[in-house]
Write a protein that binds this ligand. Sequence first.
Ligand code: FAD
Length: 470
Amino acid sequence: SPVILWLRRDLRLSDHPALDAACSSGRPVIPVFILDEVTEAIGAAPKWRLGLGIGHLAKRLEDKGSRLILRRGKARDVLRDLIEDTGAGAVYWSRLYDPDSMARDKWIKQALNDDGIEAKSFRGHLLFEPWEVETGTGGFYKVFTPMWKNVRERSVPEPLRAPAKIPAPSKWPKSDELEGWALGAAMNRGAHVMRAHIRLGEEAAMDRLDYFIDAKVADYADQRDFPARDGTSTLSEPLTYGEISPARCWHAALRAEHGGDAAGAVTFRKELVWREFAYHLMYHTPRLTTGNWREDWDAFPWTTDERRAEVRAWKEGRTGIPIVDAGMRELQVTGRMHNRVRMIVASYLTKHLMCHWKIGQDWFADQLVDWDPASNALGWQWVAGSGPDAAPYFRVFNPLTQAEKFDPKARYRNAWIAEGQADPPDTALAYFDAIPRRWARAASDAYPDPVVTHEAGRKAALNAYENREF
Ligand code: FAD
């Protein structure tokens, strides 16, 4: 009887333990993607990007003599129907670790087992399973550096090859059309602008990894903080959709380390472990994504009113603080933002504007094509000061000195802000094509004055911190 391969955030063919096990079972394999309520709930840009990834994978599966079956509905019902339609005796999938997916998967595993169907979950989204990494006293890590020390020398399984062929069933079950799902429907901005910045699929991700390791990783430790330079891997997007596995990135870095590019490659592995750190924390404390990880922060007087003019200005990239606006515009045009600038815009929102970090978390979840539930939550809580191993709240980033230090020649700011430039580059002009119609702006509009200056924002934030009731 066939094996149903339930694909979710593992849109690749190589280093895919669940696919590998399904193919090795000698049984026909039926790959399926289910648009269920957990997937329906994701933000506009990641959902649109997911649609691109699904379409790409479907073609690759066809090259291997297989197909991707698309079904919409509650995962349990869809799987039950598919089992009935195909006589499948097993369902395999790669594990996910966010609270909603875990609750769903646990329940489905039980229900399938009760029906006498083999339900099996596999590794693949992480380097180390959350239950495999423990502190000396048996808990999970709440501080990054000791976790890094624990795992840095651990062995990670070598990436598996893609199966040469995927055994097909004699008859395929029916499938929805991807277009009918309209996964891009919630994108109220120029998807066509963003499309030009998307590197789609497993082959593109592997090419980028090769290029990064050959040309960039040696200088990664020195270059990774400068947003105008192409100094980072930009692999967060394919990692999010599972178009590349973290194990493949890890092994590529290890090879570079042994080849002599040690400092940069070690730093790159360390960043991959930040992703693990975020996932392990989310697994052990699911509230990481929903509320202050340090609960004493519940008493802090954040603003939660999204309709405030300053919040709108922040979202639109019109705060009048150029490094902040450049980041928010990069996000509109590309669906991504450089890590250094994510920290700066997050600090400006949570400190200078005194807004709850959840406003920023939600905006990023809606706008980032590399949206990841764990890294996004940890990133926001880290900057806001409410998270594990967080920067102290009173350390308020000065966006002006940050810009001088990390964008000394204003190349990044000029790349994204057209106003005031006689001959703005295409990237900066693309913003006006990309933004939602209701923001309607023109490159000739005047650049705004700061909605809140650094001095005033810093003072208000520190004042609130000093008078807090915890
Ligand atoms: P590289 O510098 O090449 O790093 C390699 C990989 O390591 C990344 O692809 C990523 O998987 C991982 N990584 C690097 N930095 C971090 C980090 N700080 N935390 C966790 N993993 C990391 N990352 C996301 O993938 N999705 C998000 O939704 C997300 N939201 C963020 C929100 C805020 C407020 C902040 C401060 C950071 C956020 N990050 C997020 C982390 C980080 O900014 C991105 O992972 C990084 O910019 C991706 O670029 P890159 O692939 O070129 O990274």
